[in-house]
Design a protein around this ligand. Structure first.
Ligand code: DAH
Length: 370
């Protein structure tokens, strides 16, 4: 390969520019064809070869004989050309063909946001975790439930006015069935208490997170579909003090150790006695503000000691498979239960005033939890 090097017309700047532009165009044209290792090697020898490489010949023909004042402008252009050749050899062949196809690597990249748990699910997970640390396990049940598990076994007799507190979405065409077998959308997670006890003898410590449904009109604090976490503890010698200590600990774990709890008399058909748990207002510290309606307290959940009538329903079911079953004899065991609304807790945690934000899918809302 004997390359001839053209004569330099002169050593002034325009002449040098012209001569090196011609060489750069040559290099560029050859670069596009460097798609195989052989082509790259030939290209390297052609330009950088120690004895007959073009750069060597150029250096001999142009640099050595140049007058002193032309050395610097020549040298700068010579080095630029050498860099161009070296860069062409550095870029892998695949990248070169991509450049040929028009990929512009200077364009901004595609931003991929990592996913996050939905704030409701995150709060549900936190609640469940507090009880896992106390030795509770998790149980789940169906959202389409029978009248028996949702109401009857929980001591809501058919046509009893206590049912009016949970406006129920019924599954159609169930009238031909006995009332206990009729299907409905569960109005609370409490039926899973019954399902668990029918399956399992004490001791029991479970939490039940899940979706529940009620025929309620949606407004800032209501949604026809919402979430609850239920709890149930059954063992020997379980007292109301155990219930108070457990829930006081759970509220402090969720809202901070300075939070106080108080237990207010209430009514649920499946607990006796029953209570509503209130926490000292986390917004004003108990002084009274708009959020706590100037009472200093926020009502958060229902609870109570499991009513013996519930243990009686469980025993009746268990005796269908084991007639001698006596695991839930209220003379031997006792228990407490509680149930809380996940939306309500998440709204208080984050200061959210409209429950609808949770279901809107609005990224401006959701991104705040990333
Ligand atoms: N199931 C009740 C509701 O949805 C909440 C509740 C209250 C659950 C007291 C309990 C309890 O387990 O003991 O309104």
């Amino acid at each position: 390969m004997t390359d001839t090097i053209p004569q330099l017309a002169s050593h002034d700047e325009p002449a040098l520019d012209q001569a090196f532009r011609t060489l750069a165009t040559e290099v560029q044209a050859e670069t596009a064809a460097l798609t195989t290792p052989e082509a790259q090697e030939n290209f390297r020898l052609h330009w950088l070869g120690r004895k007959q490489g073009r750069l060597k010949l150029i250096s001999e023909a142009w640099l050595k004989s140049a007058p002193a004042e032309a050395r610097k402008p020549l040298g700068i252009r010579f080095n630029q050309l050498k860099q161009q050749i070296e860069q062409a050899l550095e870029a892998p062949a695949s990248q070169k063909s991509a450049v040929v196809l028009g990929l512009d690597i200077t364009l901004p990249g595609v931003i991929r946001s990592p996913g996050i748990p939905h704030p409701l699910l995150e709060t549900m997970r936190q609640i469940v975790e507090v009880f896992h640390h106390l030795g509770y396990s998790t149980n789940l049940g169906p959202q389409v439930e029978t009248d028996f598990y949702n109401f009857e076994a929980l001591n809501f007799p058919p046509n009893h006015p206590a049912r009016d507190t949970q406006d129920t979405l019924l599954i159609a065409n169930q009238q031909s069935k006995p009332s206990r077998d009729r299907l409905l959308m569960r109005t609370h997670t409490s039926p899973v208490q019954i399902r668990t006890m029918v399956q399992q003898a004490p001791p029991i410590r479970i939490v039940i997170p899940g979706k529940v449904h009620r025929n309620d009109a949606a407004d800032a604090t209501h949604s026809p579909i919402f979430h609850q976490v239920e709890g149930l503890c059954v063992d020997t010698n379980i007292t109301f003090s155990d219930l108070k200590g457990t829930l006081d600990h759970a509220m402090k774990a969720l809202f901070g150790s300075s939070v106080k709890t108080r237990f207010f008399p209430s009514f649920f058909p499946f607990t006796e006695p029953s209570a509503d748990v209130q926490i000292s207002c986390i917004f004003c510290g108990g002084k009274g503000c708009r959020k706590c309606k100037h009472s200093g307290w926020i009502e958060l959940l229902g609870c109570g000691m499991v009513d013996p009538a519930v243990f009686a329903s469980v025993t009746e079911e268990r005796r269908k498979t084991n007639p001698a079953d006596d695991a839930y004899n209220p003379e031997k065991i006792s228990g407490f239960a509680f149930g809380m609304g996940v939306e309500r807790i998440a709204m208080i945690q984050h200061g959210i005033s409209d429950i609808g934000h949770f279901y809107s899918g609005d990224m401006r809302f959701l991104e705040q939890f990333a």
